[in-house]
Design a protein around this ligand. Structure first.
Ligand code: ARG
Length: 231
């Protein structure tokens, strides 16, 4: 972690892919990074006495960027899984998620996961959604840099479905103003999000877990949760 020269305050360099509302995205007017993850990591930083400096990085570049020493932590709706645990340390889980499928509102051919056989599917590069989509027989999986791009491709008719995280799909359905889309009820996976740290930094991982514990105990976590997901 670096020190801010002007204030001598400790700086926590945070990486995210800020195109994943409601977890991390840029507000339309101020361009400020906002969302559940952003509020949570700012609260964690405050608890630890760090100033938080947020960097927007492609999702598949986040772990490499931390390995290169450019950021200290990743908070990016990142699912804790074994493949990633080989490379990074994860905090305790801070959010329960899972994958769902989004199709056009008038698509009656796709009702569940198995109907994706032979279909065209949009996913974000390097995500669990991409891994899941690649297990579908005969499917053509198109990979995009951001989850917003996958929804645009669906709208443009380039794919039949998007496989992506449930809360992000739900937020898109509720907030995009897009009428001709729907989410299938089936939830494909159970996934937990965690904050990632370098394996070289077990001390930081410990501090982050302690901060998360405090925010859960003092009600701050619940407040942030309610801001983005309601009661
Ligand atoms: N939870 C999924 C994963 O870990 C997707 C995360 C994508 N995050 C983002 N900010 N684009 O692979």
């Amino acid at each position: 972690q670096k020190k801010d020269a002007a204030s001598s305050e400790k700086v926590l360099r945070v990486g995210c892919n800020a195109d994943f509302a409601p977890f991390e995205f840029q507000s339309e007017d101020s361009k400020e990074y906002t969302g559940f993850d952003m509020d949570l990591i700012r609260a964690v930083g405050k608890e630890m006495g760090y100033k938080v400096d947020i960097q927007n990085i492609n999702f598949d570049g986040l772990i490499p960027s931390m390995e290169a020493g450019n950021i200290d932590v990743i908070i990016s709706g990142m699912t804790i899984n074994d493949e990633r645990k080989n490379k990074v340390l994860f905090s305790k889980p801070y959010y329960q998620s899972g994958l769902t499928i989004v199709v056009k509102g008038d698509n009656d051919a796709i009702k569940e996961f198995k109907d994706l056989d032979g279909k065209k599917i949009a996913v974000q590069i390097g995500t669990t959604g991409a891994t899941e989509a690649k297990t579908i027989p005969n499917a053509v999986v198109k990979e995009f840099n951001s989850s917003a791009d996958t929804f645009m491709e669906l709208k443009a008719g380039g794919v039949d479905a998007v496989v992506n995280d449930r809360p992000v799909n739900d937020y898109y359905l509720a907030k995009s103003g897009e009428k001709n889309v729907k989410r299938l009820s089936e939830v494909l996976t159970a996934e937990d999000y965690g904050i990632a740290m370098s394996k070289k930094n077990p001390e930081l991982a410990k501090q982050i877990d302690e901060a998360l514990d405090k925010l859960k105990a003092n009600g701050e976590y619940d407040k942030i949760y309610e801001t983005w997901f309601g009661k």
